[in-house]
Ligand binder design. Structure first.
Ligand code: ADE
Length: 225
């Protein structure tokens, strides 16, 4: 799977994909992330990419021309199933959307800045808009990193134990059960006896029960989905 991320701040995205699971996915050839600096696609003087908004008002707006040039450059090389604009106005990211997007091959992510981007980009060039939460970030880059992480780990073969993504919180609209490791006792805090019993049936039943209980307690809205 390949992500092409269009940004004015590629430096902000230099780190997130160079560690841990996403780095392993890249090393195995399962995930490719390419960064594209929008300033490399402008024909305006001084590498200008933004301008004042028509009708007046504070804040600069990203111009359509460099975005089109960058999209045309990418689309000439391969087909993209989605061109996603990262925006607080967008559809809220959840596990089901991450699952859906993990089935795609090529995705472009456009990160906005300033006051916003020319509305015609959103109307004519973008296939969907995604938000990572109801709060405003200073740009789309960190949101894009979150999206790539959430999707990248779902690509078959990326996680060592293939089944482990299936047991994540949210995969069945349930939170994950608690987990423990050595030592069995610390400060008199004991690992639940059932996990030491060796009885896999009882352990599975306990985990299901705790998943349900934690969801009911912490995120009851998930149970109504
Ligand atoms: N850009 C700014 N805020 C954002 C958010 N919450 N989600 C996605 N992109 C954004």
């Amino acid at each position: 799977m390949r992500f092409d991320i269009i940004t004015l701040l590629p430096g902000l995205l230099a780190g997130p994909f160079e560690h841990s699971i996403l780095k392993r996915a890249a090393d195995k050839g399962l995930l490719e992330v390419e960064l594209h600096n929008l300033r490399d696609y402008t024909t305006f003087k001084h590498k200008q990419v933004d301008d004042y908004q028509y009708g007046g008002g504070a804040g600069m707006v990203l111009m359509i021309e460099p975005v089109v040039r960058c999209l045309d450059f990418l689309k000439a090389q391969r087909e993209y199933e989605e061109i996603i604009y990262m925006s607080p106005d967008g559809e809220l990211l959840n596990q089901s959307l991450a699952n859906q997007l993990s089935l795609k091959n090529n995705i472009i992510l456009l990160c906005g800045h300033y006051k916003g981007i020319d509305q015609r980009i959103r109307e004519h060039l973008i296939t969907r808009e995604i938000s990572i939460g109801d709060y405003v970030l200073s740009g789309g880059e960190l949101a894009a990193a979150v999206l790539v992480d959430a999707i990248g780990r779902l690509i078959p073969g990326v996680l060592n134990d293939e089944s482990s993504a299936l047991f994540d919180s949210f995969q069945d609209n349930l939170l994950a059960p608690p987990v423990y490791t050595r030592p069995e006792t610390f400060n008199n805090w004991r690992v639940p006896e059932v996990l030491l019993s060796g009885d896999q049936k009882r352990i599975d039943a306990w985990r299901n029960e705790l998943s349900l209980e934690r969801t009911r307690l912490l995120r009851p809205a998930l149970l109504n989905k």
